[in-house]
Design a protein around this ligand. Structure first.
Ligand SMILES: Cc1cc2nc3c(=O)[nH]c(=O)nc-3n(C[C@H](O)[C@H](O)[C@H](O)COP(=O)(O)OP(=O)(O)OC[C@H]3O[C@@H](n4cnc5c(N)ncnc54)[C@H](O)[C@@H]3O)c2cc1C
Length: 412
């Protein structure tokens, strides 16, 4: 089957790109090894950053410059005014809050956080604060950064491109025919259940498989040391909690980033990242939740964690390698032969990555409309579950430090 492009990996990067390619008339399919978005996208907090996090030292950094247009691009897509059409993607919140502890470094950060951004924080009066932030001693600001449910985003695009998504078995059902390193002439697939074989002959091959890019590059005889992983251990809390999406900023650091959702049984779930999740990588899950409980008490006075349940999950951010191992400033793209490898670096930057890759791929495979009959009964990938919906996840009761603290008023 002659194609313009075969895309590997159905997280935010691959699905956004597939939409772009389909719209520009390319005959393109996406191959997924596991469940769509497993790895990072479904585990992410879903914040469509506008760069504020990257201006906390008071400078318009390259990272802030590259991301500052993204909230507008996503907003248009979510409203059905732009591409892709994301009208079935659930918006968890129209804004994030930003608040400080009362330390001096924290105050400096909030002042710096305004330089050159399209979305600037708007300081709130005491009456306008959300319930969870009523007793915070420092400034509270509102930031028009939307928060989406990443799973609904994955399901939205999967629904639109069902006929172009194929599930593959990387270990036993995938082979590359190579002309030379990075020059793939054919992608050979075997469906181990039915024994069926499919040979795809793409003009271009794209790896947007997150952490899976390294192994794919190795198969294509390309350098696989061009990727880095930065691990996180995220904290989950569920129970009777107020809604909250936002960042507690201390100097140039984000102490905690909290996003929330309601689980399938109607319980509020908080997903907690930021510095806490970076520092928590080496801790045991119980030690981390203990630490998280202390941290939340300090940054959210007045919020009660009575009767809550806690858990953690580990995941790696997979990105193009940088010399210091720090976060790349923007999306990363590498080209060799007919293979392009991409990492968006942030969910919010998927449009930047897709534009860059799609601009190198033209619709030439066929002038006939795209046909999916050749793989009509091929297995299709499912959408990955949100971390708190995993039926095997262990939850434990509220850590001691929150139970022993002086009783506090529950935010209304
Ligand atoms: C905990 C956490 C929170 C985050 N929060 C935010 C946030 O709030 N806002 C933001 O902008 N960014 C956030 N990010 C970053 C963002 O999630 C990632 O940059 C983005 O999701 C990466 O998308 P991706 O498509 O490149 O990779 P992934 O989402 O990891 O998707 C890769 C896909 O490729 C598949 N795959 C793997 N190997 C193969 C193979 N060999 N063949 C075929 N398919 C394969 C996987 O199964 C998966 O479906 C967060 C990241 C983490 C880890």
């Amino acid at each position: 089957m002659r194609l313009d492009a075969v895309v590997f990996g159905g997280g935010v990067a691959g699905l956004w790109l597939l939409d772009r390619l389909a719209r520009q008339g390319c005959h393109a399919v996406l191959l997924e090894a596991g469940e769509l978005g497993s790895g990072q996208t479904v585990a992410s907090q879903g914040i469509i950053h506008g760069g504020l996090k990257y201006t906390l030292q008071g400078l318009l950094t390259p990272a802030a410059k590259s991301i500052r247009g993204m909230p507008g691009v996503w907003r248009d897509a979510l409203l059905g005014r732009g591409m892709p059409n994301l009208t079935r993607t659930r918006v968890r919140s129209e804004c994030c809050y930003l608040w400080q502890t009362d330390s001096l470094t924290s105050r400096a950060g909030m002042i710096g956080a305004r330089v050159g951004l399209q979305i600037k924080p708007e300081t709130l009066s005491a009456d306008d604060r959300p319930d969870a932030l009523r007793q915070v001693p420092g400034t509270v600001a509102r930031l028009a950064e939307q928060v989406i449910c990443p799973r609904s985003f994955l399901a939205d695009l999967a629904g639109q491109y069902q006929d172009r998504l194929l599930k593959i078995d990387v270990a036993n059902g995938l082979r590359f025919r190579l002309q030379s390193p990075g020059e793939i002439t054919a992608v050979e697939l075997t469906d181990l259940q039915s024994g069926r074989e499919l040979v795809l002959t793409p003009r271009q091959v794209v790896f947007t498989a997150g952490a899976g890019n390294a192994a794919l590059r190795k198969m294509a005889k390309l350098d696989d040391a061009v990727m880095q992983r930065r691990p996180l251990q995220m904290v989950l809390v569920r129970g009777e909690l107020p809604a909250l999406n936002g960042h507690c900023v201390d100097g140039a650091k984000t102490r905690v980033t909290i996003t929330c959702d309601v689980d399938a049984r109607g319980r509020m779930v908080w997903q907690i990242g930021g510095q806490l999740a970076e520092d928590g990588v080496a801790m045991t899950p119980r030690a981390l939740t203990q630490r998280a409980a202390q941290e939340l008490q300090s940054v959210l006075p007045g919020v009660s964690f009575d009767q809550t349940e806690w858990s953690t999950y580990k995941t790696d951010r997979a990105e193009g390698a940088t010399s210091q191992g720090s976060r790349p400033e923007t999306a990363q793209v590498l080209c060799a032969g007919n293979v392009t490898t991409g990492w968006p670096t942030k969910l919010a930057l998927a449009p930047v990555l897709a534009n860059e890759i799609a601009s190198r791929i033209t619709a030439e495979a066929s002038s006939a409309p795209f046909q999916s009959a050749a793989w009509a009964d091929w297995p299709r990938p499912a959408v990955a579950l949100l971390p708190w919906e995993d039926p095997h996840r262990q939850w434990w009761p509220q850590p001691k430090s929150t139970m022993e603290a002086t009783p506090q008023r529950r935010a209304a």
